[in-house]
Design a binder for this molecule. Structure first.
Ligand code: HEC
Ligand code: HEC
Ligand code: HEC
Ligand code: HEC
Ligand code: HEC
Ligand code: HEC
Ligand code: HEC
Length: 346
């Protein structure tokens, strides 16, 4: 049977640390076993527990090293720890049958799950067939895809994987009036707050925001101490005093001084610092199908917070460079409308 494996092994013409025989001295048998678990590619242990033999805690790694299936020189990180964090991809949920719950088969198996092998490949990713743009990351699972395309496999309605998982893809549609530039560069030519290296021509990745909250830990959207697997803190509620850390996620790419000096919206400072309004109350994190500048008053409305104006209107209208008007009632203040232009508010 192992001979069969030898001859049929595909995708090994690639760069992958999983075929570094200095680090995996038993070569194929570092991972495969003559009589593996039924329904698997001759793997000895199911699902993520298989990976944790080498990518687990110290004791697990030590056992594998003592069995000479991995060299002590291998620099493997403790991934088990990542999936013990409060906000994480749910790899611990069991799918049936073991190890066959790969992305390609997801329509058949339980959709509301994710496994290591949904986002990774046992043998690593083959040599890529294309060169991505400047900051664009490749998929960790396919040589033909970008990172966001991997995420859409599950986080979009198109696949109907789960009604609980909302379509993320909708927000990033380049046809929208505004979006964070994941699929392509953004639409706003005036974003004075951007910190280098970011410019209005930049594209960013899902994992620039959804990543490990521990900066020295393994990279990737595995687990985070922050809700929504965010890399940095993002306070979503009003009446919390503004600070570097409350909006650390946004201030990663947008200069805090610029925002609070009202370089674009003339009352950012008043709203954020004095009124203690969260960015989240006005801005969508992903995109808007209705408004410019990621304004989300009509979408995802929190009716306890934002209601229609006294004339019954609710909406935002950009009326030019750094100018626009708002119809709404927020924290009891009627905007019918309130407009701003050229750094003034009236
Ligand atoms: C680091 C662990 C690891 C090593 C080393 C490894 N494999 Fe695998 N292999 C896997 C995993 C995990 C799968 C199942 C998931 C997948 O296909 O990505 C797999 C799947 C396979 C399959 C099923 C078909 C396929 O390619 O998907 C074959 C055949 C195979 N391996 C052969 C080999 C051979 C031959 C070697 C040595 C040259 C080898 N493997 C080394 C982990 C490993
Ligand atoms: C037999 C040990 C072993 C097993 C089992 C194993 N890995 Fe690895 N893995 C390694 C080693 C060794 C490295 C390279 C570490 C280094 O750079 O020193 C590695 C590296 C990686 C990397 C980094 C890729 C790169 O090229 O930088 C990823 C991702 C990864 N493994 C995922 C997995 C997943 C997912 C599984 C389970 C399907 C798994 N591994 C199972 C030993 C293993
Ligand atoms: C194999 C399917 C699958 C893939 C691929 C996938 N996810 Fe997920 N993701 C899930 C599941 C299942 C959950 C947990 C259920 C939920 O909250 O919707 C989840 C949860 C999340 C959450 C937390 C949602 C919340 O409400 O707290 C974020 C953020 C996320 N994923 C981002 C990503 C990113 C970024 C990628 C691409 C790098 C990605 N996902 C790829 C299945 C997947
Ligand atoms: C600029 C930062 C940023 C980028 C880029 C980003 N996200 Fe998010 N995402 C957030 C924030 C902040 C939240 C939580 C607040 C919210 O929902 O607006 C969130 C929430 C989520 C959620 C859970 C809530 C929901 O709406 O279902 C998922 C799933 C998710 N993101 C997936 C993705 C995927 C997939 C990508 C890439 C295609 C991506 N995100 C790109 C910042 C970002
Ligand atoms: C939702 C998709 C997803 C799931 C599920 C997932 N990973 Fe990852 N993983 C990623 C992405 C994306 C990266 C690359 C992040 C980067 O470099 O930007 C990554 C990176 C890694 C790395 C390299 C980290 C480093 O800093 O060197 C390892 C090792 C790894 N993953 C192992 C695993 C293991 C083991 C599991 C299951 C227990 C798993 N992953 C589950 C998406 C995922
Ligand atoms: C990884 C970097 C990154 C992070 C993190 C980030 N942004 Fe952005 N943001 C950008 C880039 C790049 C643009 C420029 C897009 C353009 O020119 O349209 C942008 C543009 C914007 C715009 C203007 C969009 C328009 O069309 O007018 C707003 C509003 C915005 N971001 C708010 C936020 C908020 C709120 C957060 C925190 C939740 C955040 N950003 C986090 C990179 C980021
Ligand atoms: C009261 C609603 C409101 C709040 C709260 C708010 N913004 Fe804005 N923001 C706006 C409006 C309106 C614009 C569009 C200005 C224009 O006409 O170009 C804007 C524009 C932006 C831009 C694009 C232009 C630039 O300055 O680079 C960024 C980035 C931004 N906001 C980030 C944030 C961040 C980060 C927070 C929280 C710390 C926040 N905003 C809080 C309403 C708000």
């Amino acid at each position: 049977m192992l001979m069969f494996l030898m001859f049929s092994a595909k995708g090994f013409a690639q760069i992958s640390s999983h075929r570094d025989w200095q680090k995996l001295p038993r070569q194929c048998s570092s991972c495969h076993k003559g009589h593996g678990i039924s329904g698997t590619s001759m793997l000895p242990i199911p699902e993520e527990e298989f990976c944790y033999q080498c990518h687990g805690d110290f004791l697990e790694r030590d056992k594998t090293i003592r069995e000479r299936r991995m060299s002590a020189a291998a620099k493997v990180k403790n991934m088990r720890k990542e999936f013990l964090k409060p906000f994480r991809h749910p790899v611990e949920l069991k799918s049936v049958p073991n190890n066959t719950h790969f992305l390609d088969n997801m329509k058949i198996f339980n959709p509301a799950q994710s496994e290591c092998l949904d986002c990774h490949r046992g043998h690593g990713v083959p040599r890529p067939a294309f060169t991505p743009g400047a900051f664009q990351k490749r998929s960790t699972r396919s040589e033909n895809e970008l990172e966001f395309e991997l995420c859409y496999k599950c986080h979009s309605d198109i696949n109907q994987f789960s009604s609980a998982q909302r379509s993320i893809q909708t927000w990033f549609d380049p046809a929208n009036p505004s979006f964070h530039p994941v699929e392509t560069s953004g639409k706003n030519p005036d974003v004075p707050s951007l910190k280098p290296p970011y410019t209005i021509a930049s594209v960013i990745n899902c994992t620039d925001c959804h990543n490990n909250s521990d900066p020295s830990g393994p990279r990737g959207p595995h687990g985070s101490d922050f809700r929504y697997i965010l890399e940095r803190e993002y306070n979503l509620v009003d009446f919390v005093p503004e600070g570097e850390s409350q909006y650390a996620l946004c201030y990663k790419c947008h200069d805090r001084q610029s925002i609070l000096a009202n370089e674009s919206f003339p009352v950012h400072d008043l709203q954020i610092v004095s009124m203690q309004t969260s960015c989240f109350t006005c801005h969508s994190s992903h995109g808007s199908q209705i408004n410019q500048h990621l304004i989300k008053f009509e979408e995802d409305v929190d009716l306890l917070k934002i209601q229609s104006s006294s004339s019954g209107r609710l909406g935002y209208f950009a009326t030019g460079r750094f100018s626009g008007e708002c119809f709404l009632t927020c924290h009891g203040v009627d905007h019918n409308p309130k407009s701003y232009s050229n750094q003034r508010f009236h």
